[in-house]
Design a protein around this ligand. Structure first.
Ligand code: WT7
Length: 664
């Protein structure tokens, strides 16, 4: 361990609370603690403050319509367009300022700057092209794209014409694309030929085409962005009904499309996320509430100001990129950075090089990345001047105090507050975190709920637990950014998020409680430490994966009889996928089988879900009623003392499996 780190640890180890730096507080967008009290007194009218950050075509009549919980409606009667809010209204004052600074992965390549003017122009041209291809209001357009600027262009073009988008993470497999297009009955796809990963061009269109092959309805049109350079080996001939993006935009050069006035409650987008069943959930977000929520939290928590160069390193294929690369920052008229590649290409200082070169003012990233940086060592950030940074953020999983302190010292130089933001795909934006100009920070604890957010930690009965005790996180009042339902599945929406703690017969808002399925504890000051999922959902590198989805992928592999997937703890990724597998008679438990299992997961979901360990076992530990005891498998994966095995039908199997795990 370098001396510097040792000293730091000695000094910081004891410290469990940090005050926001004075220099930050002086300039913070929110620096007055009274906001908590004010929002509580004035709830739900307090959320006018968020709506006021937007331009409305028609003023809303009511802040919250709670007449039919949990189908809440926000800013009802209001009309607006998200694309106009992110672009048009900034043109006068900020037309020549950068909206997006895009950094491609290859270092020798020209990076691209889109001013608001330029982004507005291209969004209009592409919106005109989409319309021409027959995309109408409320038609779901799927995007299967990596981190290239055409992705936010396509999202904003859809928003402009009132067509909801459904972005599928580019790392997902062809099957995953087909499943999502089928579920959304989506007839349009925007994708690309390929992109770069660690220096190599990666074919993407073959995967997209394979996915299209699994779509059960007619697909009207596919647009292909040609991202790869001439000479790269992945040239493609486009099929019938497939259009090259550049041609479309050129054909519509200079065209303007009047932004469609959308009802506040009209769908802005769908985002599929993993749940406890094998079927991903289509989370529906709306135009008014979502945009107000992401704009307000970007301002209050990320302290975004128009002159900032704000850098979120997430992928737009996940909710973090939707809310905090695209909608929140652009609604506020700031410069949002986008980086195509991985943080270790060509070297492990790529992110720091970008921060340095662009004078990034905020960095919002995931604990898994921070733990990797920590492992790589301080020499990489030390190569660069990071003094432009004013605020740091984390999201996606709990951050351990050691990683927090490393981030604070080696990236923030002890000058930047850190916001540890708890939220979910479903919440649309941040829910539990400190206001950086107001609150003391406690490493490892996300912080108090944001003003106006009623998050609590409760026991199984719904009663608040005592400080220090573990319980379940709940949100006891609605908020503007909340999901409105699961696409075409109101019943599952209620089952998954509300049934646990609500009186589902009641139409009184106070009887309805949102359950995010996270465990948590709370301290004397109301700071919430999120402990992790309490359902069968894993969090690998901040990505949500359903164990059921992975299990069904594995069971689909020839020769597999049964599989159970659990999360084992992992130094960098937080959790890692552990797969316990029973093979069918006549199949060897060998390396070839292991490889086929990994391939099966790759092709059903994508490499992000790849098992870290495949453990062959003759049996799985089951209760007398036949339920797999996952907790035991988790204990084994984590090499922890085993929980109660007395209710097992087959207690002997446990030691067999243990031997296999430690024996390998
Ligand atoms: C789950 C949501 C939020 C966007 C990225 C992930 C976990 C998220 C934190 C945090 C502890 C966190 C929770 C949550 N999570 N942020 N700051 N501390 N855990 O979105 O895929 O919808 O996953 O991520 O378990 O339920 P997601």
């Amino acid at each position: 361990m370098p001396e510097d780190t040792a000293e730091l640890e000695a000094r910081l180890e004891e410290q469990d609370a940090f005050e926001p730096p004075e220099s930050f507080v002086e300039q913070a967008n929110v620096s007055d603690e009274s906001i908590y009290e004010e929002f509580e007194q004035n709830w739900p009218q307090c959320w006018e403050q968020a709506a006021d950050l937007l331009d409305w075509d028609a003023e809303y009549d009511t802040v919250l319509d709670d007449s039919n919980p949990p189908f809440y409606e926000w800013f009802t009667g209001g009309e607006l367009n998200a694309s106009a809010n992110c672009l048009d209204r900034h043109l006068d004052e900020r037309g020549d300022e950068a909206a997006i600074e895009w950094v491609g992965e290859p270092v020798d390549e020209e990076n691209r700057t889109y001013t608001y003017e330029e982004l507005h122009r291209e969004v209009n041209e592409f919106a005109a092209a989409l319309r021409d291809m027959g995309v109408g209001e409320d038609d779901v357009v799927t995007m299967y794209m990596p981190m290239i600027p055409e992705l936010p262009v396509a999202m904003l073009a859809c928003a402009r014409i009132g067509a909801p988008h459904s972005v599928v993470f580019a790392g997902f497999s062809a099957d995953a694309l087909a499943t999502r297009m089928n579920a959304a009955d989506s007839q349009f796809l925007v994708t690309c030929d390929g992109y770069y990963r660690r220096g190599d061009p990666l074919d993407h269109l073959s995967k997209a085409n394979e996915g299209l092959g699994g779509v059960e309805h007619d697909v009207e049109a596919t647009v292909v962005v040609e991202r790869l350079r001439e000479g790269d080996d992945h040239g493609h001939d486009l099929a019938d009904g497939q259009h090259a993006y550049a041609d479309l935009v050129a054909d519509h050069e200079g065209e303007e499309v009047e932004p469609v006035s959308r009802d506040a409650e009209d769908m802005l987008f769908l985002m599929y996320t993993s749940g406890t069943t094998g079927k991903p959930k289509g989370v529906k977000h709306t135009t008014g509430g979502y945009l107000a929520w992401t704009a307000w939290t970007s301002q209050a928590v990320l302290d975004v100001k128009p002159d900032d160069t704000y850098f979120c390193s997430a992928d737009i294929g996940w909710i973090t990129g939707h809310s905090y690369i695209v909608y929140g920052p652009l609604a506020l008229g700031t410069t949002s950075m986008m980086y195509e590649g991985t943080p270790d290409h060509p070297d492990r200082d790529r992110l720091w090089e970008i921060v340095d070169e662009y004078d990034a003012t905020q960095l919002y990233t995931a604990p898994t990345a921070i733990r990797a940086f920590m492992k790589w060592g301080t020499e990489y950030p030390e190569r660069h001047d990071l003094s432009s940074l004013r605020l740091l953020g984390t999201v996606g999983e709990p951050i351990n105090p050691r990683a927090w302190k490393w981030y604070y010292k080696h990236i923030g130089n002890e000058d930047c507050p850190i916001v540890d933001t708890w939220w979910q795909t479903e919440t649309g934006g941040m829910m539990v975190t400190t206001l950086p100009g107001v609150k003391t920070m406690k490493p490892g604890s996300a912080g108090p709920p944001l003003p106006g957010v009623d998050a609590r930690v409760v026991d199984t009965e719904g009663n608040e637990v005592a400080a220090g005790d573990a319980g379940y996180l709940t949100v006891n009042k609605p908020w503007p950014g909340m999901l409105r339902t699961l696409y075409k599945n109101d019943e599952r929406f209620i089952d998954e998020y509300w049934a646990e703690y609500s009186d589902t017969e009641s139409d009184d808002m106070d009887d309805w409680v949102y359950f995010p399925e996270d465990g948590a504890k709370i301290d004397d000051n109301g700071y919430i430490t999120v402990l992790g999922r309490v359902d069968d959902v894993l969090n690998v590198s901040g990505h949500r994966l359903g164990t059921m989805e992975i299990e069904s992928a594995i069971v689909g592999v020839e020769g597999v009889a049964e599989a159970a997937v659990v999360g084992g703890s992992h130094e960098v990724t937080g959790e890692a996928v552990y797969a316990y597998v029973i093979t069918e008679e006549g199949y060897d438990e060998d390396e070839e089988m292991r490889e086929r299992i990994v391939e099966g997961v790759d092709s059903a979901i994508g490499p992000i879900a790849r098992p870290e360990e495949v453990i062959f076992t003759p049996e799985l530990p089951k209760t007398r009623s036949g339920k797999i005891m996952r907790r035991l498998l988790e204990d084994i994966a984590n090499d922890e003392e085993l929980g109660d095995t007395s209710t097992l039908r087959n207690p002997d199997v446990v030691s067999d499996i243990q031997q296999k795990v430690s024996g390998d």
